[in-house]
Design a protein around this ligand. Structure first.
Ligand SMILES: [Zn+2]
Length: 390
């Protein structure tokens, strides 16, 4: 028989003294008092039932743990997390009968897919935690340690070729979990798998973009640079470059084969387009009560001044929704992983805000050709770093 811990028993005794063991002679109780007593009795019964349920759940969970886990099953992933509360140890077992990533938690990661070679390591960054969860509450597990392992800090290491999931849970709130798809490639057969499994388009190289000799353009190592320091003349009107458009279509077609929809939201913008956009933003910020100077400061962090927008180069595209939420979609994850294969780079990466001068824009891709895109992708640099300009 389960014996209540002292702290609970004390509570009951105290209640007894107050309510029932009074030395006063018993009086006829009113209906109201009677009802209150009945409610108190019910509350006590409910409390006891609750304790019973917790004990039974506990016993069942222990039972599950003792069973050998079915690690051979390809579709069932079982993760067991033990959380120790002050008094009552509780074991919660979650069985997820599918390999579909569960990504509706309040964890925000910089990506939800990772592609590594055997022996290589990578680590997704946690950008936001669910309410009440802190870094120490991170609990990392791998769905298949024979494919990839993960340590307490989220370092994922490839063990053998294959696909598995790394699951991040919150010890503070077990309903909060996010899955990261991990693809581990074999070092030796990498070239083989690239040519056999990848879409047709990857076998053809995305050529370098065209070079214009218009005065006032800045080319560094053959790459047209447009940023806050290096502008383009108002008269420069290349429209969306054909190669950029064609390669984007290849990219979009490859994504569609994986059930993802990546479409152009904003491509080429002329000087006057940008002039209008920039000034509209300024007006919006002023309506919010910001001064002219403050409005400019705010708008400059996310929009280019006319003549300084990369969109005027005809070599970049904003895809899908121009919104931070886009960064958490499977389309954004796919884009980050594959854009370079089509000659594009994520132009304003996370963590490079001080160098690019722009907030993280997972939707803004810039065409540079696959040779450079590949180098930039692998180096983790942004374009300014790659071109060695401040
Ligand atoms: Zn853009």
């Amino acid at each position: 028989m389960y014996v209540l811990p002292d702290k609970y028993r004390k509570g009951f005794i105290k209640m007894d003294n107050n309510r029932y063991s009074s030395n006063r002679p018993r009086r006829k109780v009113s209906r109201r008092t009677y009802r209150n007593r009945r409610l108190a009795a019910l509350a006590i019964i409910a409390f006891l039932v609750l304790i019973l349920i917790v004990l039974i759940a506990n016993a069942c969970a222990d039972d599950n743990e003792k069973k050998p886990s079915d690690s051979k099953s390809g579709t069932t992933i079982t993760t067991t997390t033990t959380v120790t509360d002050e008094a009552i140890p509780t074991t919660v077992t979650t069985t997820v009968a599918s390999t579909v990533p569960k990504n509706d938690s309040d964890f925000k990661l910089d990506r939800q897919t990772i592609s590594i070679m055997v022996g290589e390591s990578d680590m997704p960054r946690v950008l936001e935690y669910p309410d009440g969860t802190v870094e120490d509450d991170e609990r990392w597990t791998s769905s298949d340690k024979e494919i990839a392992t993960v340590d307490d800090y989220g370092h994922i290491t490839g063990v053998a070729p294959g696909v598995c999931y790394v699951i991040l849970k919150s010890a503070a709130d077990l309903s909060q979990e996010v899955w990261i798809k991990v693809t581990v490639r074999s070092e030796l057969s990498d070239d083989e798998t690239t040519t056999t499994n990848m879409p047709q388009s990857n076998r053809t190289e995305a050529p370098a973009p065209p070079v214009h000799d218009t005065e006032g353009l800045t080319y560094i190592n053959g790459v047209l640079l447009v940023n806050k320091q290096y502008g383009v003349p108002a008269t420069f009107e290349p429209k969306l470059e054909q190669i950029c458009y064609d390669k984007f279509n290849e990219l979009s077609t490859a994504a569609a084969k994986e059930g993802l929809s990546i479409y152009i939201s904003s491509g080429y913008r002329s000087y006057s387009d940008q002039d209008r956009i920039y000034n509209n933003y300024i007006e919006d910020e002023k309506k919010k009560g910001n001064s002219e100077a403050r409005a400019k400061e705010i708008v400059d962090s996310y929009s280019a001044r006319p003549g300084y927008s990369e969109h005027q180069s005809g070599l970049c595209i904003d895809v899908n929704t121009i919104d931070d939420a886009f960064g958490y979609t499977p389309e954004a994850a796919w884009l980050a992983e594959h854009a370079h294969e089509y000659g594009f780079i994520i132009r304003y990466p996370l963590g490079k805000e001080d160098i690019t001068g722009y907030q993280y824009e997972p939707w803004h891709i810039r065409y540079v050709g696959s040779k450079i895109a590949d180098k930039i992708y692998k180096s983790g640099q942004c374009l300014e770093e790659y071109l060695n300009v401040g």
